[in-house]
Design a protein around this ligand. Structure first.
Ligand code: MG
Length: 177
C-alpha cells in the first residue's frame, strides 16, 4: 500500500471509531425487541442528555417506562457517566440500575466496570448515548455496539460544548457511511 493508500485507510479506521451503528432521536425510541433479536443482552446508558437534561435529575419522558420494559425483557442495564458520584447515584437509584460515576469516557475503565455489573460479553452489549467523543468512541474502543441519540437539551457542560464544536469541525465534510 502506498502512502496515500495508507492515509486513506487510517482515515477510514478513525472515522469508523466515531461512527455509531445506529442513530435515533431518543433513548425511548430504541427498539428493545430489535436489540434482543440481534443477540444483545446488556445495555450501558449515558446519563446527561440521554436520560436527563443538563443539570436536571428528573427523567426525560419515556425513560422510566423504557428501562422497566428493558428489565422485563431480560436485559441487564447500567448507567455510565462522566458526572460526579452523587448525581449519578441519584439517577441510578431512581431507575434501580447500577451506576458508574466519574467514568472518564471515552477511556475504557468505566465501561469495563459496567460490563462487570452487566455480566454480558462485549459482543452482546450496546452503549446508548448522545456524544460521539465519549459514548460512541468509548464503545468502539472496546468493540461494543454504539447507538447515538440526539441530546435531550442543547445546553451542555463547557467541556461538552468544546467537544461538540470539535465534532462539527471534524465531521462537517466527512460523508456518513
Ligand atoms: Mg451525554
Amino acid at each position: 500500500m502506498d502512502e496515500t493508500g495508507e492515509s486513506v485507510e487510517i482515515a477510514r479506521q478513525v472515522r469508523a471509531m466515531f461512527r455509531p451503528d445506529f442513530e435515533t432521536a431518543r433513548l425511548s425510541d430504541v427498539s428493545l425487541e430489535d436489540l434482543w433479536a440481534r443477540g444483545f443482552r446488556g445495555i450501558i446508558i449515558d446519563l446527561d442528555n440521554t436520560v436527563c437534561g443538563y443539570h436536571e435529575s428528573t427523567l426525560a419522558p419515556g425513560v422510566r417506562d423504557w428501562v422497566l420494559a428493558a428489565k422485563a425483557r431480560g436485559f441487564a442495564l447500567a448507567l455510565v457517566s462522566n458526572n460526579f458520584r452523587e448525581r449519578v447515584a441519584a439517577v441510578g437509584a431512581q431507575l434501580d440500575v447500577p451506576a458508574v460515576p466519574n467514568a472518564l469516557k471515552p477511556l475504557p475503565q468505566g465501561f469495563l466496570l459496567a460490563l462487570r455489573h452487566l455480566r454480558t460479553r462485549r459482543a452482546q452489549t450496546v452503549v446508548i448515548g448522545d456524544q460521539l467523543f465519549t459514548d460512541v468512541l468509548g464503545a468502539k474502543i472496546l468493540g461494543l455496539h454504539a447507538v447515538l441519540t440526539q441530546p435531550i437539551v442543547p445546553k451542555d457542560f463547557p467541556l461538552t460544548r468544546v467537544l461538540r464544536f470539535m465534532e462539527r469541525v471534524f465531521f462537517a465534510r466527512v460523508p456518513r457511511g
